[in-house]
Design a protein around this ligand. Structure first.
Ligand code: ATP
Length: 333
C-alpha cells in the first residue's frame, strides 16, 4: 500500500496553466475517485502520479518520498487506460505474462502468478484465447490482470469502463470494488461519470477547471456539498437551483426531495405549477413542473400525475440548501 501526495503542484502546457498550486493527499489502501467535467485536469493528475508527465512545479510524493526524479517503471504504480492496451496477437496468458517476462521473472513463478491472477479476475478458462474472441468486459479484465501481475501498490485507472455497455459497466463496477478489497492496494480512478464515482469511491475528489471543489466520502458530497458546483454535479437530475432575488443568494433542493400533490400540504416551500413533461423510468418518474417563474425537476417513486395537470410542489425546510453570492453553501446550523 502507498499514500500519494501533491504539494503545491502546478502543471502548465505551454502558456496554459491546467493545475495551479494543488494540494491533495490520497490515503493508502483507499479507493479514491477523481471526478469532474471533461478537461478539468483529472488525467493530468493521474499522469503526474505515474510519472508520464512531470509537474511544472511543486512535488508529488509516493509514500512520503518525492518521486519527481523516479522513472515511471520504478514508482510501484500500474496504469489501466480506457483503451485496454492489450496486445491483439498474444493470447490472454501471454498478455498477462508480458510484464513479468520483461522483468526476468522465472517460468515457474510466472505460471503461478498468471494462474492466481486470472482466478482473481475470472479469466482462468480464457488463458489460451486471443483478445479478439473476448467480450469488452473480459478484455478489460485482461488489462487489469496485466496491471495486477506486477503487484503494484498503486493502481491508476483512467476511465477504464468507458468503452463498455451500460450493463457491463455496472457489473465491472462491482468487480472493481471486490478487487480493491482483495488487493488492499491504493486505487486512484478517473472518471467524468458521477454515478461511477458515487458507487465505487471511498473518497471522491471533485474537480473543476484544475481546482478541487470538494474532497469527501460520497454521502458527504451528496448531503453536504461545499458549493453550487458540487451540489449540481452529483445526483440526477441535478439539484434545482433558483435565485432568491436577494444579494445573489440562491436556494436549491434535490428532485427527490420535492413532494407533488393535488392540494397544498403545508410544506415550508410550496409552489403551484403544471406538469410540463413526464418521464416514466420504471421504478421512478421524473416530472418537469412549471410555475409562473420557475421550472423544477421532481423525481417520484410513484407515477400519479399526467402532463398539463395542476399540482402543488412542496419541499420541507430541512431539505432546502442555500448558496451565497460566492456560490459557497451557507451552513444553516
Ligand atoms: P477528460 O475527461 O476529457 O479526459 P480531463 O479532466 O482528464 O478530461 P485532462 O486530460 O487532464 O482533462 O486535460 C486538462 C486540460 O489540459 C485540458 O484543457 C487539456 O486540453 C489540456 N491538456 C492536456 N494534455 C495536454 C497536452 N499534452 N498539451 C496541451 N494541453 C493539454
Amino acid at each position: 500500500m502507498a499514500s500519494i501526495e501533491f504539494v503545491k503542484v502546478t502543471k502548465s502546457f505551454g502558456e496554459s496553466i491546467v493545475i495551479k498550486d494543488l494540494n491533495l493527499k490520497i490515503e493508502h489502501g483507499k479507493f479514491t475517485v477523481l471526478v469532474g467535467p471533461s478537461g478539468c485536469g483529472k488525467t493530468t493528475l493521474l499522469r503526474m502520479i505515474a510519472g508520464l508527465d512531470p509537474q511544472t512545479s511543486g512535488s508529488v510524493l509516493i509514500d512520503g518520498k518525492d518521486v519527481t526524479r523516479i522513472a515511471p517503471g520504478q514508482r510501484g504504480v500500474a496504469m489501466v487506460f480506457q483503451n485496454y492496451a492489450i496486445y491483439p496477437t498474444m493470447s490472454v496468458r501471454e498478455n498477462i505474462e508480458f510484464g513479468l517476462k520483461n522483468n526476468k521473472v522465472g517460468k515457474e513463478e510466472r505460471t503461478h502468478l498468471v494462474e492466481t491472477i486470472s482466478d482473481t479476475v475470472g479469466l482462468r478458462d480464457y488463458l489460451d484465447r486471443k483478445p479478439s474472441t473476448l467480450s469488452g468486459g473480459q478484455r478489460q479484465r485482461v488489462a487489469l490482470a496485466r496491471a495486477m501481475v506486477k503487484k503494484p501498490s498503486v493502481f491508476l485507472m483512467d476511465e477504464p469502463l468507458s468503452n463498455l455497455d451500460a450493463k457491463l459497466r455496472v457489473q465491472m463496477r462491482i468487480e472493481l470494488i471486490e478487487m480493491h478489497k482483495k488487493l488492499g492496494a491504493t486505487f486512484v480512478y478517473v472518471t467524468h461519470d458521477q454515478v461511477e464515482a458515487m458507487s465505487m469511491a471511498d473518497t471522491i475528489v471533485l474537480m473543476n477547471k484544475g481546482k478541487i471543489q470538494q474532497e469527501a466520502p460520497p454521502d458527504v458530497i451528496y448531503r453536504q456539498p461545499n458549493n453550487l458546483f458540487t451540489a449540481q454535479f452529483v445526483g440526477g437530475p441535478p439539484m434545482n437551483v433558483s435565485d432568491l432575488g436577494a444579494d445573489g443568494v440562491k436556494f436549491g433542493f434535490r428532485p427527490e426531495s420535492a413532494i407533488l400533490s393535488v392540494e397544498p400540504q403545508g410544506a415550508h416551500f410550496t409552489v403551484r405549477g403544471t406538469i410540463a413533461t413526464r418521464e416514466m423510468l420504471g421504478s421512478e418518474t421524473i416530472y418537469q413542473v412549471k410555475s409562473d417563474h420557475h421550472t423544477f425537476m421532481v423525481k417520484c417513486t410513484d407515477d400519479l400525475f399526467s402532463v398539463d395537470q395542476y399540482v402543488y410542489l412542496g419541499v420541507d425546510d430541512a431539505k432546502i440548501y442555500f448558496f451565497g453570492a460566492d456560490e459557497n453553501r451557507i451552513d444553516r446550523n
